[in-house]
Design a protein around this ligand. Structure first.
Ligand SMILES: *[C@@H]1O[C@H](CO)[C@@H](O)[C@H](O)[C@H]1NC(C)=O
Ligand SMILES: *[C@@H]1O[C@H](CO)[C@@H](O)[C@H](O)[C@H]1NC(C)=O
Length: 476
């Protein structure tokens, strides 16, 4: 009886938002990543800032609501970030360095856009924009994707975020040669001319985006052309990242014991033979498996004295708690390794980059783990644990990584907010370059990305949420 009542309650709770949503004439929350909401926001921005002024920036939707009123009315809240002073350098060239890396100008806007698609009509009914103070205590909330804001260009009038044709017609020789270099360097080819044109448009827009990310960066990083420069943010996210990290709570693990000694000033496990070479996950959201094998490789080395490259494919195929190329959680993967009885080596169970039938064999187990622990969220304690115990599996927001080339990345808080964790990696060391403290992070996108496969991230401000999911296997 009680369980029936509980069930009824659950059903009522489920039904409630739907019945509210169905209220005739009411506004309904819309997905901040939906194409229609984005198109309405692009239109609103182009109207609101038609007079131009100020440099380029990046904008994202905070919330979107739609209302049916003889057409569709969009209520949109957006946030816009731009450099307080902005250079006019060409894309792909070094960003101007005005007055040091201060905080960007932040503008919050509320728009009402009324659209009658059948009549081809679209109007900006209301716009209110005001500077807002960048705050790190903002409510945890997801944002839509960041798009380039062109204050002077009419590009925003149109529904498409990029326009291959336009870029092709008016593309500078410089841009075309950058694209040709890109095609050669990364051995890219497309199926036909239409696709090549489209990819060139995305490439050009991405270079502009990278330029703005660099302008807004508070560290020393250089952003620009990478092997992901021909992908939209959406394509990049769905192919290479792992949104499950932010959505699922993860299996609880017991807290790691804190070392008594404070962290040394710097440490790098690569100098102590505990880290294998950089691997490449390919077009598969399996970062979680690489993060975990990297950690287990280090733990095994430190306990048993031999560095073995371990199998991610075993986790893709045999870890039923996770979702192979659709993502996974390190905390689940440790559990799976314990249940399976260990990991095979990379050589015995090699990486394919897609899910297959499980071919795990107990006879080939090369390493085992006995347990796993959750490590502190305090960056000093993370450093102390790392220096004493080995490389750590971490997760972070990978926003700044698509166009990262080198240097210490320190994206503005809102651009890389800690509640949108979408990538798992391996923390292998830390130190300072000049006066800038950094974390050294082993990524799994091959050696032809970043600094020979590594990402350097600012240390000391929880940058990109790097402190939110730190864990390790334990080998007894
Ligand atoms: C290309 O550039 C020319 C001259 O600068 C300009 O008149 C034209 O409108 C541009 N075309 C597009 C599609 O932006
Ligand atoms: C750790 O796990 C291995 C393999 O399952 C087992 O043989 C060993 O006894 C365990 N160690 C401890 C201390 O439980």
């Amino acid at each position: 009886m009680a369980s029936v009542r509980r069930l009824l309650c659950a059903l009522l709770l489920l039904a409630l938002p739907a019945s509210l949503a169905a209220m005739p004439g009411g506004a309904v929350e819309a997905d901040v990543r939906s194409g229609a909401a984005l198109a309405a926001a692009r239109f609103a921005l182009s109207r609101a800032f038609a007079a131009g002024g100020g440099g380029g920036g990046l904008w994202a939707l905070r919330t979107a609501e739609t209302q049916v009123v003889n057409g569709i009315k969009y209520h949109l809240a957006i946030v816009l970030l731009r450099r307080r002073c902005s250079g006019d350098q060409a894309v792909g060239q070094e960003a101007s360095r005005c007055a040091g890396p201060g905080k960007p100008e932040q503008v919050s806007c509320h728009f009402e856009v009324w659209s009658q698609p059948w009549a081809g009509r679209k109007e900006l009914l209301k716009h209110e924009c005001a500077p807002s103070e960048p705050s790190e205590e903002a409510q945890p909330a997801p944002l839509g994707q960041w798009e380039v804001f062109h204050p002077r260009a009419p590009a925003l009038e149109v529904e498409e975020p990029f326009q291959g044709e336009r870029f092709l017609q008016n593309a500078s020789v410089h841009l075309v040669s950058l694209f040709k270099d890109f095609l050669n360097t990364y051995k890219k080819s497309y199926k036909d001319e239409t696709e090549t044109t489209r990819r060139f448009g995305i490439f050009a827009e991405n270079l502009e985006k990278a330029r703005i990310i660099q302008e807004l960066d508070q560290g020393t990083a250089e952003y620009g052309v990478t092997k992901f420069s021909d992908l939209t943010e959406e394509e990049f996210r769905t192919t290479y990242l792992n949104p499950l990290l932010a959505k699922l709570p993860g299996r609880p693990m017991k807290p790691a014991a804190l070392p008594r000694d404070p962290a040394p000033a710097e440490w790098d496990w690569r100098d102590h033979g505990a880290v294998t070479g950089v691997k490449d996950q390919g077009a598969c959201g399996s970062c979680w498996a690489f993060s975990v094998t990297g950690n287990v490789e280090g733990q095994w080395f430190l306990r048993k004295g031999s560095l073995l490259s371990l199998s991610e494919q075993e986790l893709l195929d045999c870890d039923a708690l996770d979702k192979a190329c659709q993502g996974g959680l390190p905390s689940n993967a440790y559990e799976a390794i314990e249940r399976l009885g260990g990991l095979e080596t990379e050589r015995d169970y090699s990486y394919e980059g897609f899910e297959q039938k499980c071919e795990f064999s107990k006879e080939k187990v090369a390493v085992y783990i006995n347990n796993s622990v959750e490590i502190s969220r305090d960056e000093n304690e993370i450093a102390a644990w790392l220096a004493k115990n080995g490389p750590i599996s971490i997760a972070l927001n990978a926003f700044a990584m698509q166009f990262y080339r080198r240097g210490i990345s320190h994206p503005f808080f809102l651009l890389c907010n800690p509640w949108m964790i979408d990538h798992a990696v391996l923390l292998v060391g830390y130190g300072t370059r000049g006066h800038t403290p950094f974390w050294a992070i082993k990524n799994s996108w091959g050696e032809d990305w970043g600094e020979k496969g590594y990402y350097y991230l600012y240390r000391g401000s929880h940058a990109c949420g790097m402190n939110t999911m730190c864990s390790s296997a334990m080998v007894d």
